[in-house]
Ligand binder design. Structure first.
Ligand SMILES: [Cu+2]
Length: 136
């Protein structure tokens, strides 16, 4: 009976490892974005983010400012990123998959006045060859 227990245990352990690595891979490359205020202006940084077609990426958005900010691109024809609120000093993550064709979308903070004050950046989806990243 004992060998069966050992086999079961090792199976369980390998399953756990598989689960972990799947989780790690599924979010794809992390893209760090800063949101905040300075000199009377509201901003996201960088103001252009480039992602290869079909890539799965995770935006890691840190609010370094003193008020709430949002991260979204949900209007018709946009990236399909639902509104996320990032309180001051906090970081939020959102995983997103780029479409299979090159395109670009605005990503913005939709709190009153924020987008108009500069809280918007361009999310650009490019062909693999143009992204400057080597394919595996
Ligand atoms: Cu904002």
């Amino acid at each position: 009976m004992r060998p069966v227990v050992v086999i079961c245990l090792s199976l369980l352990v390998s399953l756990v490892f598989v689960g972990c690595s799947l989780t790690a891979v599924s979010g794809g490359k992390e893209i760090f974005i800063e949101a905040g205020e300075r000199d009377g202006e509201l901003y996201f940084e960088p103001d252009v983010v480039t992602v290869p077609v079909g890539a799965r990426v995770t935006f890691v958005i840190k609010n370094v400012g003193t008020v709430d900010h949002e991260f979204e691109s949900i209007e018709k024809g946009e990236a399909g990123i639902e509104e996320i609120i990032i309180p001051p000093g906090r970081t939020r993550k959102v995983t997103w998959t780029a479409p299979s064709e090159p395109t670009s979308y605005p990503v913005y903070c939709d709190l009153p006045g924020h987008r108009a004050a500069g809280m918007e950046f361009r999310l650009v989806v490019v062909d693999d060859a143009d992204s400057g990243e080597s394919s595996p």
